[in-house]
Design a protein around this ligand. Sequence first.
Ligand SMILES: *[C@@H]1O[C@H](CO)[C@@H](O)[C@H](O)[C@H]1NC(C)=O
Ligand SMILES: *[C@@H]1O[C@H](CO)[C@@H](O)[C@H](O)[C@H]1NC(C)=O
Ligand SMILES: *[C@@H]1O[C@H](CO)[C@@H](O)[C@H](O)[C@H]1NC(C)=O
Length: 374
Amino acid sequence: MLLKSSKSLTTPFLFLFVSLHQTFSHPTVTNHTWQEAFEVLGIAWNPDGTLNRTILIPMVDPTPDADSEPTPIALSQDIYLSPYSKAYVRLYIPVDPPRDRKLPLIIYFHGGDFVLYSASTAIFHNFCNDIASQFPAVVVSVEYRLAPENRLPAAYDDALNGVAWVRDQALGKGGSDPWMEYADFSRVFLLGSSAGGNIAYHVALRVLDFDIRPLQIKGLLLNQAYFGGLKRTQSEIRLIDDPYVPLYINDVLWSLALPKNVNRDHEFCNPISGGTYLGRVFRLPKVYIKGDFGDPLVDRSVLLAQYLQSCGVPVYYRFNPGGGHGNELGNRTAAQQLYDDMRWFVNDLHSNLNSGDVLSSLKSEDQSSDHASY
Ligand SMILES: *[C@@H]1O[C@H](CO)[C@@H](O)[C@H](O)[C@H]1NC(C)=O
Ligand SMILES: *[C@@H]1O[C@H](CO)[C@@H](O)[C@H](O)[C@H]1NC(C)=O
Ligand SMILES: *[C@@H]1O[C@H](CO)[C@@H](O)[C@H](O)[C@H]1NC(C)=O
C-alpha cells in the first residue's frame, strides 16, 4: 500500500500544500467545479461508487523493534480487530517505557477530511511516535473507514469500536497485549486532528451510552477540529481561497462525508446547531481546543469552545495568530508547541494553558479580525 512519492519523503504534506497553492493563487477564484476539486484532491470516481485516491503521501509500516534503522523514538505494531474486516489499531509505546508508573492512554484519530488517509499515513504515524515518546504515553491510533464508500457515522462507529477494543484489553477479554501493561486505563484521552478532532468529539458523546469500565476518559484534545455549517463564519469568508482548505473543496468533502440528503447543519458537521447529542454535552470531561487564525476553520473551534463553556465543560485552549490548517505537520516549532500544550493538559498542568472566558480573551488577542459569526 506504499504510495509512490517521487520528490520529498521528508515533507510529504508540502505536496498537497504546494499543489493546492498553485491552483488557487489566481486573484479571482470564484467559480469552481466538482471536477476541479477532485483533481486537486487527487481523487476520481469509479463506476461502482468507490474512489481512487492518488495523493502522494506515503504509508509506512509499524516499527515493532527497537533495533530498526533509523533508531525509532517509539515502537509500534498493528493489531487487527476482527478476522472479518480490515479494522485495525496501530499501538505505540515509548522505546523505553518507565517501569515505576503507568502511562496515560491516548486514543488517536487521524485527519484527512473523512475521505483521505489512514492510521498508517507517514505524517500521522510520525505524530503518534512523537506523542508516545514525548508525553510519554501509550497511543492507540484507530484506523477507520473512509467516505464516500462509508459515509458518516461509519467513522464514528469504527472509532467507538477502537474504544471498545481498549476496554476489552483492560478487562483482559481474549487476552491483553503485553504493551498494554504500560497503560493507565483510568487516564484515557481522546485526541484528534482535523477530521479526527470531529471524530473524537462525537465519540466522547456517543461513548456515554456504553459501559466502558474500567476505562475513564479524562479529557478530549481537539486540534483544529474539522467542523462546518451552512452559514459561513467570518474566518471561512476571510480565507475563502485558503491554499490548504479552500472553501469549495471543503464543501465537496462534506458532501462526500455526510449521509446523503442531509445538509451541513447536520450534527455530524455542525454539532452545536442541534441534534441527538446536544443535551449531553455537559457530561463531557475537560476539553483542550487548539486553533489558528490563519485557518479558515478556526471560528468553528471558537464557537465550539464558547458553547462548551456555556454548558459548564472545563475548556483549555490556544488560538494562535497566523498559522494554517495542519501546520504542525510541516513545522517543527508549531508541532512542539502543540505537544507541550497537550502534555500539560494530560498531566493537569492547567496553569500553562489558557482558560476562562474564551470570547473576551480572544478579542484582545486577535483585534484585527472578527473571528466568528453569531
Ligand atoms: C461564474 O459562473 C457564472 C455562471 O455559470 C458565469 O456567468 C461567470 O462568467 C463565471 N465567472 C468566472 C470568473 O468564471
Ligand atoms: C482507478 O484505479 C484503477 C487501478 O489502477 C484503474 O484501473 C481505474 O481506471 C481508476 N479509475 C479512475 C476513475 O481513474
Ligand atoms: C512555524 O510555526 C511557528 C510557531 O507557530 C511560527 O512562528 C513560524 O512562523 C512557523 N514557520 C513557518 C516557516 O511557517
